[in-house]
Ligand binder design. Sequence first.
Ligand code: ADP
Ligand code: ZN
Length: 808
Amino acid sequence: MIAHVTLEIALRKEFDYFIPPELADQVDVGSRVQVPFGSRKVLGCVTGLAEESARAALKPILKVIGAQTLVTPKILKLARWIGEYYCCAPETALKSVLPEAVRHEQANWRERLHVRALPLNGGMPKLPARQKEVWRILEERPELPLSELLALAKTTAATVRRLEDRGLVTLAPEISERDPYAREHILPSQPLPLNPAQAKALAAIIAAMDEGAKSVAQSPKPKVQGAPEAAVQGSAFEVQGSMFDVRCSILDVQSAVPASAPPSGIQGPKFEVQGSEFPPSPRSSTFLLHGVTGSGKTEVYLQAIARALEQGKGAIVLVPEISLTPQTVERFKARFSSGPLQTLVAVLHSHLSAGERHDEWHKIRQGRARMAIGARSAIFAPVEPLGLIVVDEEHEHSYKQEEAPRYHARDVAIVRGQMEGAVVVLGSATPSLESYYNCGKGKYTLLQLPERADDKKMPVVRIVDMRQTVRPGKAVPIFSPQLKEAIARRVEQKEQVILFLNRRGYSTSLQCPLCGYVAECPNCSVSLTYHRHENKLCCHICAHVEPVPAVCPNEKCRNPAIRYSGVGTQRVEATLAKLFPHARTVRMDSDVLKRKEDYRRILGDFRVGKIDILVGTQMIAKGLHFPNVTLVGIIYADLALHQPDFRAGERTFQLLTQVAGRAGRGDIEGEVVVQAFTPFHPAIQFARRHDFESFYAQEMEFREQLKYPPVGRIALLTLKGRNEEKVKFSADYLKQELQKAMVGIKDLVQAGPAPAPLLRAETYYRYQIMLRAQRMAALSQRLAVLIRSLTLPDDVTLAVDIDPVALM
Ligand code: ADP
Ligand code: ZN
């Protein structure tokens, strides 16, 4: 037998290897293998099997990694879609579907010595005190890791060895799973009785899940026999003839789907023939759950997951990395930690050690954890069969990966749901315009939770016009009198305050008032931020650091009175210390949180009331639920409005609504004070009224006019290199090639090349071309073809971003 292998080194093609007889029963489509390549040994993934190869003298596969195939056929298929739709090489797409720890076998199961009590033959011998104590523990827990036993009995291994000598216990190495949440004390939770809006939403979701389950029962074998060939040929993309060959798609359907599983996505040739358009053809199994903050979306997710488990299926829950707090994880673990639907809940995120990640992932692969919760890449968790995918805070931009493959996990979720017949629930208090638009188009079903679940009122939002605080010749104050008064009152009443400013550091720029000199990063086109704690100037793009000059660095000026301007969180903190010397203030931004425990510790302190005022960046905007927070202050609401990005208004609306949602989660009504220099901007005004629909309506007018997403689709091409002339030249060349390649694409608008809003980043100059079109499939198909034939100078690289979320 021959295996087609896609190698991890970027080559955009498959290579054939011979499968040695001793590995024959271990190699399958999806196996991770080590193969010789030239003089090296490289890793790759088996993407197809064949009887023979067109090539002679094949080299053998050296080694198979992992006991089970790591990439299941379904995930392989998803990777193929990603490669096609996001215009990236197959090996790049494949790389993203397995965690590093699993892919490179960085970690393995951990073995530890376990002690097991043996049945007593005859009477209990008389034991010395220490051994007796150990035995007493073993009577309660006849089997446990040695280290735990020693800690409980406060003794050494020698004592246990004595018991072993007496034939009372055995000591043997056993796999001991790492559990990143072992130290959390999780109390089981019961489903809450739902309010009418929740019940209605859940009923719709469950109906779709039952529908899916029914259609499987009726047609256990999807009818694709014969179809795949035509389908694959007709599909939008074929890298090297057939990347994951036809055999592989057939295999995908015939052997990989147990009879009880939902049909794999190819429910007819339609999906394939359509190519890689997103969203896929209209279906009723994607829901957008639009519920205000605190409306009980999570309870709906939990009960829908319970249904999936009842059906013998699993679920994936995606949450933004930033809200993957122990608090969130616990809510899911607590519900499924006991009872008839008990299952392990695996957690996948970047703060775990390689070993923990290995174990969590394999618990899913082995089917022991039927629920996975994690950030972006958890969408590739090998949960099978999959009944439900939840994408919480679906509007979050962190779901988009900013390096190749530049996939959007929410969109991948929808495609995966379609492929595997799973229901997808997107949830948000501030849906993305894309998702809301897709509801309007009938592609997703809109479900609404208009009120807070626990009868708590939405907080009152007051907007303070900061232009009124400006006094001639004086710096603009950080706090308006209204906000100052509100803080004083809340602190006085022993309530808690959150202050939000999405900018780190002390001052955002250092300027000479005489000659106009501004301290800029030598590597990036941004000014340096002054950090007072470290007494340094820092670049927030590339992390460049330099000392603070005592006088203006301009040779001809040398003015000793340089001026700092712009406010960051450090300065807010310092000013608070002066204004409210008795309040306990803590700052939370990425400068403070150097270690992962810091985040937990600060939130823990805040929860138990050891902190009065929490100052922070977007890190504190999401998902936190603190009943005693009655005031949220937004220092500078227009900050995000001034970004050169057509989504600036949308982002501002989302951020303000989310931050405001942190107030009044307990018994006392909450209030929000928003300071702004453009108080009448619609994004601010609609956020004040918690009025998403009106914001949507007005924002869509502007998108419609310019055919920006969600009305049109965007592909952003960024060229970068250290030599600006070369980058510019390459961009012009690309523009000409694009004009040839894109002939006939409907409604295509090509803008640029133009310098990126952030022209220089980390010493690289960047130029962009933006393509807009009605639909994406044809566009990305042409792009993929063009990229393969494009010859750019060695030191200029091209990044293709399909459906970008950031235009910087
Ligand atoms: P969201 O996810 O929409 O922000 P949560 O699920 O966190 O909202 O719910 C907010 C609060 O309301 C939580 O404390 C939750 O326990 C409570 N809650 C949710 N559903 C109900 C319900 N049906 N009855 C009573 N309380 C509920
Ligand atoms: Zn820099």
